[in-house]
Ligand binder design. Structure first.
Ligand code: HSE
Length: 400
């Protein structure tokens, strides 16, 4: 028997308990007969009548001091006290699995080193892409490849909101409320909406993909709070959809990484990734293109990834699971220098637009008193130079 504990009985923590109990038979079979049991659940709240009532504790020491507990699930979220609890557990020789992307993006490197120094493991499959096993793929099946690009839709809440706005014409606020009710959104949904959640995820994935540390703080990030019905109408008029895209690319001596709403065409596989689904596209020099997609948020999909980590550790109890997670920092190119084609909403005349942007093909949408067009490839800096010459650029969005 392998005894585990869960810290944080919220959406994901409760999901982990459910997966480990509901699938006990399958898990025990895959563990060649060894059972994984949950011995403690830590939370500040009480859960009268809940199956975990008997094993609920409000005291972290109950887990830390229980010598039988070998693996701990951290689904508390946030940095404090998750960081100090995790570190103490690792130092006490207990492995930890987490869905906490905030903690992994900030302290993942240090915590993995602490784990390895103590002969245990720190795994975080659920920190990126919810139920999509992307970290296992980067850290396992694709370890023979030199990876030069990672991109995708990495936030379920914003993808759900944009999909509802596009397909149902729903207002931003109503779509967000629905995403919160379904357990997709963060406690403070600004983390989703302003792109910070996706920013952390692309930093984690890029660090694993390129083998050098990328700080999420250096990833240029825009959210979706500025996306409105007019943007959606123009996107439809040109046969595109707006998606919050996280992307990084390895270039000579560094990389670039960004998160921003982009207009995606039908030829892009991400075009049909709707609702809470996430997708990750990886390009390697041997494998070529790989696309993984699945549920990017929600209780059971995220719990599936956490529980998978628990089993990975349980299967290799006395072995440190190797990973490519280096402390060396990878310099990032300023996003202003990366060329994109932009879709521009313009409140001036077609002649003025042509004088500023050259030969463009103009789109009009009934009831909207603006024109729209796509520029040729240009950098953000070049776009800013054009902006300085006119007050008629209402908005410019990158094409993905
Ligand atoms: N709030 C996150 C999302 C949860 O919407 O993707 C999963 O990380």
């Amino acid at each position: 028997m392998i005894k585990t504990a869960i810290m944080g009985y919220g959406t994901v923590g409760a999901g982990v308990y459910r997966v480990l109990t509901k699938n006990r038979e399958e898990i025990t079979r895959r563990m060649e007969g060894e059972e994984i049991v949950v011995g403690h659940v830590l939370d500040l709240r009480d859960f009268p009548g809940d199956p975990v009532e008997e094993i609920l504790t409000h005291d972290f020491q109950d887990i830390l001091n229980d010598q039988e507990v070998k693996i701990v699930v951290e689904t508390m979220g946030g940095l404090r006290p998750a960081y100090s609890f995790t570190k103490q557990l690792l130092e006490a020789g207990k492995s930890v699995c987490t869905s906490n992307k905030e903690l992994v993006a900030e302290y993942g490197l240090e915590l993995r080193e602490v784990a390895h120094a103590n002969g245990v493991n720190y795994l975080f499959e659920a920190s990126c892409g919810g139920g999509i096993p992307v970290i296992h793929v980067l850290d396992g099946a694709l370890t023979a490849d030199a990876i030069d690009e990672v991109s995708g839709i990495l936030n379920g809440t914003t993808n759900y909101i944009l999909t509802q706005m596009t397909k149902e014409g729903q207002e931003f606020g109503a779509a967000l409320k629905a995403a919160q009710e379904m357990g997709y959104a963060e406690l403070h949904p600004e983390a989703d909406i302003e792109g910070h959640d996706a920013q952390r995820k692309i930093a984690i994935l890029s660090t694993l993909a390129y083998g050098k540390f990328i700080s999420y703080k250096n990833v240029y990030t825009e959210g979706i709070s500025c996306v409105d019905g007019t943007d959606i109408a123009f996107a439809k008029a040109v046969g595109r959809k707006i998606k919050l895209i996280a992307r990084s690319r390895r270039i000579e001596n560094g990389a670039y990484a960004m998160v921003a709403p982009m207009m995606i065409g039908r030829e892009n596989l991400l075009y049909n990734v709707d609702g809470v689904l996430n997708a990750v596209q990886i390009h390697g020099n041997a494998v070529g293109d790989v696309t993984l997609f699945g549920s990017g948020a929600g209780s059971l999909p995220t719990a599936s990834a956490v529980a998978g980590d628990v089993i990975s550790i349980a299967r290799s109890m006395d072995r440190r699971i190797p990973s490519d997670w280096s402390g060396e920092t990878l310099p990032l190119l300023e996003s202003e220098a990366v060329p994109f084609a932009f879709f521009v909403r313009f409140s001036g005349s077609e002649d003025e637009a042509r004088a500023l942007f050259g030969d463009i093909s103009v789109v009009r949408v009934e009831g909207i008193n603006e024109i729209g067009f796509t520029t040729s490839l240009m950098t953000e800096k070049e776009l800013q130079e054009v902006r300085a010459k006119t007050e008629h650029i209402v908005k410019a969005m990158r094409l993905g």
